[in-house]
Design a protein around this ligand. Sequence first.
Ligand code: AMP
Length: 437
Amino acid sequence: MEFSEFELDDRLLKVVEENGYKKPTIVQQEVIPSAMSGFDILADAPTGTGKTAAFVLPCLQHLIDFSNKRHSLCRILMLTPTRELAMQVHEQVKSFSRYLPRVTSCTVIGGVDHEDQLPELSQKTDIVIATPGRLIEYLKKKLFDIKGVEILILDEADRMLDMGFYDDVMQISKMASRREQTFLFSATLEGGLLKKFANEVLKNPVEIHVDSPRSEKKKITQYKIYADDLSHKIELLKYLLKSEKINKTVVFIKTRERLQELVSELDSAGLVFAYLRGEMDQDKRLQALERFTNNDVKILLATDVAARGIDVADITHVINFDMPRSADIYVHRIGRTGRAGRKGVAINLVEAHDVPMLGKIERYTGEKITLRVIDGLKAKNKLADFSKKKRKPEDRKEVKKDEKTPHKKDRVRSQKNKGKPNFAEKRLRKNSQVAGE
Ligand code: AMP
């Protein structure tokens, strides 16, 4: 299937081409036509499957098709669990709308001064990307209004629920009750709470199970290498960077002080690399990114904060020099490799104190991370004992719950058409009117 087979505006197709997207991913093939025909969507699409473009493109097409309908403060509302994800989605919205000068977008996220955020919200904005906490704060204080929302998107709904946003999102959904469509994306559609939530917010959705082909699913091979301490990790990193068949690697480090330390270590080891750290001046940041994007350097060192918004398509390796502080940050870090059908490798350098986090990550992703030992650089600590630690009772419960087979609905597409707005037909009518003029 080709992008040109969707009824997308030429300006959107141009961006798709410029972004180097050759073919739509599975989730895009499933979501885009249904979304453009006016259906609600319920999709299990984890990060890395191209889900963002799957909802951003139909939303932009909606704004193009119904460009006169511009009287509400916010026409499309995208909710994400974290501000990092909100910013990434905003980057994609800006990128895809770069030839649509009238389309406006902004974020409503925590950690940003109210004085910086509120003025934007007093103006009409086509697309608002928000985290539930900050948005609900403004809605309760009547500083913002979402009554006119036409499309509501819930991205990574499972994480939103995990983070305790059930009530907030339900309230937001009720406030935007006049909407025409709702899209819910989640890494998994299992679990009673998610099902209840989906039933409440969606109307006769098209259910999309992205039974991803191997090319889009298990494409990131994950390894762990045990390390005794910081200096051992530095030795391991130097070894990996020199010996791995590395085309493009991002190395994640937890603080900028530590990053600075690594910069001098790797420098004296004769390695060529670029780095990004927080509070770097914009010119230097852009220069570093450009060197990495253009393959002038194959290694990029970065902290999580500094790496926000990086979207380089062909990263082959992610090395977690320091393990992240949560499982979802892990998923985001490794999601920078193995993008859209390509293969990727994630290598974790694990110290004793990282072992519990590693367990959390394995439970969160449902994937085992393979142990790798490097001759001559084997850890002396007996880390394996930590990993065999007894599971806590609540973890055991969690496993039981996940084992339940989800209830699957086999839906007949034509039945769903009943009572749904038919945007495809509206568009056709509009186009033939334009053509007849
Ligand atoms: P997402 O699942 O939305 O986080 O997307 C993962 C990555 O895949 C992003 O870097 C996108 O730029 C990239 N991507 C999305 N759709 C395509 C496509 N059709 N072809 C190639 N890359 C894509």
